[in-house]
Write a protein that binds this ligand. Structure first.
Ligand code: HEC
Length: 159
């Protein structure tokens, strides 16, 4: 057994530390999975920096997150409403269906990114893969992105 006070995973550790991963038969369906079908898709696909840069991404957002597209303009600093949901699918290069999905739900207006936003890592069946909130998501997003969101795929996409 390791010590009870495990050090947080380093910010660049993807996927989350193995100790945080739930075995497939212990995973529950993500509580927001049903809202996915109603999300808007941001145009374009590009390479994600997550997971060692191996995947292409598509991004999907709800009405409360409609300021998200403005982040395409350099220097834009939109603040998304509480309830904003942004979902990013990660695809093996050329694949039609995602291998892993990351999501962010805005739950508060103030506080550090990891408290304003809930972060999720979902498997191909939209089940939550981690025991606790995945480490590192909020610190990288909070440090580098306005309101903790980086923005949609660049105009120059991978097609
Ligand atoms: C080291 C920095 C870093 C870490 C850690 C990180 N991300 Fe990201 N994330 C990014 C960057 C950069 C983007 C922009 C697109 C891309 O490269 O994937 C992004 C994009 C996203 C998006 C699309 C919304 C947006 O910001 O434009 C979601 C959702 C997301 N990340 C969720 C997560 C989750 C969940 C975790 C933790 C498991 C996480 N991220 C960890 C850097 C990071």
């Amino acid at each position: 057994m390791g010590p009870a006070t495990a050090a947080p995973a380093p910010a660049d550790e993807h996927p989350p530390a193995a100790a945080l991963l739930l075995p497939a038969d212990k995973r529950a369906r993500w509580e927001h999975a049903d809202s996915l079908a109603a999300l808007e898709e941001a145009p374009g696909r590009d390479r994600s920096e997550h997971l060692g840069g191996r995947f292409e991404r598509s991004v999907h957002y709800n009405q409360a997150a409609r300021g998200y597209l403005a982040l395409r303009d350099r220097g834009a600093r939109p603040t998304l409403a509480v309830g904003a949901l942004v979902v990013q699918h990660h695809y093996a290069v050329g694949a039609a269906s995602p291998s892993v999905t990351f999501a962010m739900l805005k739950v508060a207006d103030a506080g550090p990114a990891a408290e304003r936003w809930q972060f999720f890592v979902l498997d191909t069946e939209l089940r939550v893969t981690t025991v606790a909130a995945p480490a590192g998501c909020g610190s990288c997003h909070g440090a580098w992105a306005p309101d903790a969101v980086f923005g949609p795929p660049a105009a120059a996409t991978l097609q």
